[in-house]
Design a protein around this ligand. Sequence first.
Ligand code: SF4
Ligand code: SF4
Length: 365
Amino acid sequence: MMQYKEYGMTGKKVSAIGFGGMRFRKEDYTKSLEKCAEIVRRASELGINYFDTAPDYCNDKSEDIMGIAFKNLPNPFYVSTKSAIWNEKTADDVRRRVDKSLKRLGVEKITFFNMWCILNMGQYKKVMAPGGPYEGAVKAKEEGLIEHIVFSTHANGEEIETIVNEGYFEGITVGYNATNFAFRQKGIKAAHQKGLGVVTMNPLGGGIIPQNPAFYSFIKESKEDTLVQAALRFNASHKEITVVLPGMGTVEEVEENVKAGENFGEMTDEKIALMSQKLNESLDSLCTGCQYCKGCPKDIQIPKYMDAYNMYILNKKPGAIKDRLNFHWGLSKEKASECIECGKCEAICTQHLPIVERLKHIASI
Ligand code: SF4
Ligand code: SF4
């Protein structure tokens, strides 16, 4: 049976595993949104009641898919969607966005509305500025269109702690997994202590965890678990974490993921310390493939180059970068040398990676 947890102080009981609506497959949603909606319905049948979506996900189709599914979900549900400062800069923009999301989702109110992807304190200030996005969300809440205003972030632990302590939000959506946990632990502890719900996205580290079974075998506590289930259970077993949010694109993925929400122990500080030791020097240093660094002025496909560098970190073999670039991505190492060190990507990298230095390393192999 799926386990449920209290979402902060909202009075809502949510499933330990939530449905991430960012991984519907292009070959499916270009043919039939209804086919994707079936995946959402199966999740509801199996006990998931927290559904996360956003404008822009899956070529802007995710909210539409959810809307189709919500028309006849077998069980009661909560929906989370978002507004991003790069799309909605003012209170009025956000207010319009809420109307659009409500229409697409076919619901009367949005349960959790995320101020999306606050990367650092500068961005937080812009979100909170007079006439800015947060004000629009408050207005929609006063009108009864939003139940809870929350935020999603890739900021580091200290910054999250500061935002949480300012007290404007009822919950947080944050990237957390067996790769980056030390980087974010302070933040989720602060949020939990303050009584916020904590939703963790990217629990599989952008696929890195299941793709590297030997490296991540330390997270498996039961032989029966797949590595995906072990990674989800790793998050779910934290008392600070309310919902684990894997992206799901097939019914099979739903069925595999829900099992992780059926039984899990408790993550103790001792266990965490042991895992930190095992990850040791590669901790915090992996690219999670979140794609926020897209848009390099020299058209360098940074996430793919950083993914190749991940292989080097994980395998410790110098040839790993070249193999990954050539055979997996079809890219050349020479392109990495075109970096002009403008710093744009490093300023927004959610993992705070030394991208420029890594590109230099790649160019030199
Ligand atoms: S620092 Fe280099 S890789 Fe990063 S955005 Fe600028 S040119 Fe592109
Ligand atoms: S380099 Fe940073 S921002 Fe870019 S995909 Fe990797 S983790 Fe995300």
